[in-house]
Design a protein around this ligand. Structure first.
Ligand SMILES: NC(=O)c1ccc[n+]([C@@H]2O[C@H](COP(=O)([O-])OP(=O)(O)OC[C@H]3O[C@@H](n4cnc5c(N)ncnc54)[C@H](O)[C@@H]3O)[C@@H](O)[C@H]2O)c1
Length: 705
């Protein structure tokens, strides 16, 4: 079965359709590139051809990129370089066809797919929400290698190209048109028609490749100036180093490739690009990022979709989380009824949701109409009116078992038959909460992370009596909401918070021992954590962290005993960002320097210990590894890869490290145990290695084979 077929209409225009057999999506595998090469040779010889439209035969998807399995298998620089050169040669052939070509794009147009579209002088794209154009290679630890770093800057200008290539972020229809990436935006139903019209215009008045439809503006003049251009590169480099802390080599390589390309001829530019790709592909960083990509794919897939349809949801508690959850449901087309104890709280919840809609509209993710319609799906109430028809209630009231049980008891008589009750609790037992219900099989944990609209993970917590049907309804719902669900068993703090808390607590202990907030946060950021421990504590709320820490202490005992400092800060009214009083100072929404007044809460000098800076990361991460192994022992979760996924997508454990347990494998169980034992001698039992870690060390075992 061929991947490429074409028809030629009576006006001499070929419509070339890419439809990879047996796959839902199109990707540019090596055999596909070979086939495309031959088809292009064939088309180039057809004298009657005046123009060509390139389109996808897949429903709702253009081309998702190169074949990631193939990239993953690259173990040698030369193989990667050869693969890039081959791709470049085929796309150069497309670009050199003796007639104009138009790419008609609907749905994701990613990586190699966009590079292919860039080899066509014209692009018409659909205005569908699914249509996103990106060069996301840096997210896999590599960079564009089919000419993307050379063609894109010439077409859309240097700053726009840097923005896309160095971050991998997607560009949607409106922006694509604005920056010249798309020549026209059309409804998907008439995309082909518009592409055909464009070919006619192109035949009449052909335009060379890499020229924008609109005249370049002042910004282009600046970007091309001999003085400004090096400055733009210097700023971009500084930003990349600041963002990546040197942990991700790909964006810097891409930057170099763009800079080289703009100051050399095209041949040299392509050569350089392929060399860089070759160097990046076999690196450990790239392999780890690709394994994270596969984890994402794994969690996205719904192997047992639930028949339960959720069209109307209740949200109990209109606070930070309730507002965020309501917004998410409403954006995805689910009507929401939000309940709180008074109208002021409802207004705050509505405002929270509105602010998120506004942000997403400003970013161009939602159109003004989508944002307005979404917000209109949310209504508020201070009683249970309207809850009788909601298929699910998501509870996000304050973190107190008594209050949550009372809410469940009050809700149940007002609920629809066959209702589902999902709690967003961070740490409280779902099994115990369910005991307040007459239908314990329908009570489940659905733990979103803050901020809801950004964080991809949802912990789905199975209480002792939660039914399989309920679990499946929630995982299907989570996916419908665009989230990645990980099912975990009930236990204090479930999975993510249980592993996170010892890490946060150790930072507080090290602060008491004499290290500074800056030093500690800096070391953890350098390791690759998205936030330092104290920044994160302020974001979560010291009050919330204190409560969760206490619940974990009661459930898990001495090894997770909260540092006295957390207690002292909480008592003194330090709640973090929410009240502008935390480990850091706040001016409105802006975080300032560490708050020196926190030092008053540090116990007297008796606790001071001198230790090497390397201990900061080691102690924090080793405690996480230990707690992770205990979660596996206690069957909170049963697969190391899912545990790693939960930490990456829940708290942003550095993706380039491939996951906590993958990192533990890199250290080796023997080293982990030796280091833990060393720290146990120095600082106490919380570092005593777990049984399974000791067994792994003795048997020289790994989490990943
Ligand atoms: N904040 C986070 O980072 C975060 C993250 C994940 C999970 N959670 C969990 O989400 C839940 C809510 O957290 P939050 O940060 O949104 O708290 P919040 O204090 O911002 O909001 C709680 C809301 O619940 C309301 N409420 C209290 N009693 C109620 C009742 N009987 N009926 C209806 N509403 C009632 C309060 O008025 C308030 O508006 C907690 O269980 C928390 O552990 C929080």
């Amino acid at each position: 079965m061929p991947s490429f077929t074409y028809e030629i209409n009576k006006e001499g225009i070929a419509i070339l359709t890419f439809d990879l057999p047996g796959e839902k999506i199109n990707k540019l595998t090596s055999p596909v590139m070979d086939e495309l090469d031959k088809v292009l040779d064939e088309l180039a010889l057809k004298k009657e051809l005046k123009a060509l439209v390139f389109r996808s035969g897949k429903d709702g998807s253009f081309i998702v990129g190169a074949d990631i399995a193939e990239i993953r298998s690259i173990t040698d620089e030369t193989i990667g370089e050869r693969l890039a050169r081959r791709g470049q040669a085929v796309l150069n052939k497309l670009e050199a066809l003796p007639f104009p070509t138009v790419a008609a794009i609907h749905g994701p147009c990613m990586g190699g797919g966009l590079e292919l579209a860039l080899a066509c002088p014209y692009r018409v794209i659909s205005n569908d929400q699914k249509t996103a154009l990106a060069l996301p290679e840096v997210k896999l630890g590599i960079m564009p290698g089919f000419g993307g770093t050379q063609r894109l800057p010439r077409l859309v200008g240097l700053t726009n190209a840097l923005d896309m290539i160095l971050t991998g972020k997607s560009v949607y229809a409106k922006k694509a048109r604005k920056i010249g990436l798309a020549d026209e935006v059309a409804f998907k139903e008439i995309l082909l028609q518009r592409a055909l019209v464009m070919t006619k215009q192109a035949v009449k008045k052909p335009r060379p490749i890499h020229v924008r439809a609109k005249k370049p503006r002042l910004i282009n003049l600046i970007e091309n100036s001999r003085f400004a251009r090096p400055l733009i590169f210097r700023i971009a480099e500084k930003n990349v180093v600041k963002e990546t802390r040197g942990n991700y080599p790909a964006p810097l390589a891409a930057l170099d490739s763009i800079q080289f390309g703009l100051s050399h001829d095209r041949e040299a530019g392509y050569y350089h690009e392929a060399q860089f790709l070759g160097r990046l592909a076999p690196t450990e960083t790239s392999k780890n990022l690709i394994s994270v990509f596969y984890l994402n794919e794994l969690l996205k897939k719904d192997l047992h979709p639930s028949p339960v349809k959720i069209a109307y949801a209740g949200v109990l508690g209109a606070g930070v989380m309730g507002g965020g959850i309501a917004q998410l449901f409403a954006e995805k087309g689910i009507r929401v009824r939000m309940k709180d104890i008074n109208t002021k709280a409802i207004a705050a919840g509505l405002k929270e949701a509105w602010d998120i809609f506004s942000k997403r509209r400003e970013k161009g993710i939602l159109t003004p109409i989508q944002a307005r319609d979404g917000f209109d799906r949310i209504t508020g109430t201070t009683d249970y009116s309207g809850f009788g028809t909601a298929e699910i209630a998501v509870e996000a009231v304050v973190e107190s078992m008594d209050i949550k049980k009372a809410v469940l008891r009050d809700f149940e008589p007002a609920a629809k038959e066959n209702f589902l009750f999902a709690s967003n609790t961070s740490s409280l037992s779902i099994t115990e909460m369910a005991s307040a219900s007459k239908h314990q099989d329908r009570v489940v944990g659905m733990h979103f992370f803050n901020p809801v609209e950004k964080m991809p993970l949802v912990d789905v917590v199975r209480g002792k009596k939660t039914s399989d049907e309920t679990l499946s309804a929630i995982t299907t719902l989570a996916r419908k909401l665009g989230k990645l669900p990980v099912v975990v068993n009930d236990g204090p703090g479930f999975l993510v918070n249980r592993i996170l808390m010892p890490y946060l607590n150790e930072a507080a202990v090290m602060l008491e021992q004499g290290r500074t907030i800056e030093e500690l946060d800096h070391a953890l950021l350098q390791f690759g954590m998205p936030m330092g421990a104290f920044i994160l504590l302020d974001e979560i709320g010291i009050d919330v962290a204190h409560k969760v820490a206490d619940i974990l202490y009661q459930g898990l005992g001495e090894r997770v005993k909260p540092s006295p400092m957390l207690e002292a800060l909480y008592k003194e009214g330090y709640y973090g960002r929410k009240n502008g009083k935390g480990f850091y100072q706040y001016e409105g929404r802006k975080r300032g320097k560490p708050d020196v007044s926190v030092s008053r809460m540090i116990p007297a000098a008796g606790n001071k210990v001198t230790f090497a800076p390397a201990e900061i990361v080691e102690r924090s991460v080793l405690l996480m590894i230990k707690e992770a192994t205990l979660c596996l022992e206690e069957k909170i979760i049963d697969r190391p890869d899912l545990l790693d996924a939960a930490l990456i997508f829940g708290i942003g454990f550095p993706p380039f490290r491939g996951g906590l347990l993958r990192y533990a494998d890199k250290l080796g169980a023997k080293t982990v145990v030796e280091k833990l034992e060393g720290y146990a001698k120095k600082y106490g039992d919380r570092f005593t290695p777990s049984k399974s870690l000791i067994e792994m060390a003795q048997g020289e075992k790994k989490f990943y084979s």
